[in-house]
Design a binder for this molecule. Structure first.
Ligand SMILES: C[S@@+](CC[C@H](N)C(=O)[O-])C[C@H]1O[C@@H](n2cnc3c(N)ncnc32)[C@H](O)[C@@H]1O
Length: 244
């Protein structure tokens, strides 16, 4: 984990995504109160938290269980002039204990899979006020008949991946209305990959001859290579849902 966190520390984001798609998804949320309360689950270093803070007059609770990411988020929020709208909370998403019906929006980019998409939809619903929204980006299958290399890779990294159709059924069963689903554009992947590529190239030099570090760096590069190569088979999908 030491080398993993050295790769990921103070990156602009910790998963695929970009401000353009955060904004696009946000604008589907209609009739929010003038000062909405948003819970950002698995916020990481908070690119999307800061973008959301720029779009609202309310408050965002940014929850993550890795303090260095939260510290980085605070620093960036300060630079961007939105620190007063953000409260960071170091807590596991598995022990969320906020009041029921308290949030206007629950937002989670690239992190809902940690809790499990289906289980999160069910368990987090009670935190949303009626008519509130849940917006989550979830890695989803797009094309069937994956080449063997891609399916082996998926078995390693996300054996529970579902198709969009399967996720829409999960959404229906959990009692949400689907407002819209959006594909993350390729640029959203590259905004995540490019800083990692630069970081791994520096660390490769720093850790020459260190097998432990090289294994972690190579695993990260391999994941990036395969995600790029089989890009058209799966994508991050933003599911924009409303609590009926
Ligand atoms: C793939 S990153 C996504 C981060 C951010 N949303 C983004 O898109 O840049 C997943 C995040 O979930 C956090 N995380 C992992 N396990 C967690 C848990 N049990 N509770 C809260 N956060 C967790 C990680 O620290 C990391 O910041």
């Amino acid at each position: 984990m030491e080398y993993f966190f050295e790769i990921h520390k103070d990156l602009p984001r910790e998963g695929p995504g970009n401000n353009e798609t955060t904004r696009k998804a946000f604008f589907f949320l209609k009739d929010l109160p003038s000062h909405p309360l948003i819970l950002d689950v698995g916020c990481g270093t908070g690119m999307q938290t800061i973008q959301l803070a720029k779009l609202i007059e309310g408050k965002i609770i940014a929850l993550d269980n890795h303090q260095p990411f939260l510290d980085q988020l605070k620093m960036s929020a300060e630079k961007e002039g939105v620190v007063d709208k953000i409260e960071t909370v170091n807590k596991s998403m598995f022990s969320i204990d906020f009041d029921y019906d308290s949030f206007d929006v629950i937002w989670s980019e690239g992190a809902i899979y940690i809790y499990g998409f289906e289980k999160a939809l069910v368990d987090w619903k009670r935190l949303l006020r009626k008519g509130g929204y849940l917006v989550a980006s979830e890695f989803s299958s797009i094309l069937p008949d994956l080449p063997k290399e891609a399916s082996n890779f998926l078995k390693e990294v996300y054996p529970d991946i579902k198709t969009i159709t399967q996720n829409l059924e999960i959404i229906r069963k959990a009692g949400y209305s689907l407002i819209k689903y959006l594909h993350l554009p390729k640029s959203g992947w590259e905004d995540y990959f490019i800083p990692i590529e630069a970081r791994t190239s520096d660390l490769k030099k720093k850790y020459q001859g260190n097998k432990g570090a090289s294994d972690v760096i190579d695993a990260e590069l391999r994941e990036m290579h395969l995600l790029r190569k089989y890009y058209e088979y799966h994508d991050y999908i933003f599911y924009i849902l409303q609590n009926k």
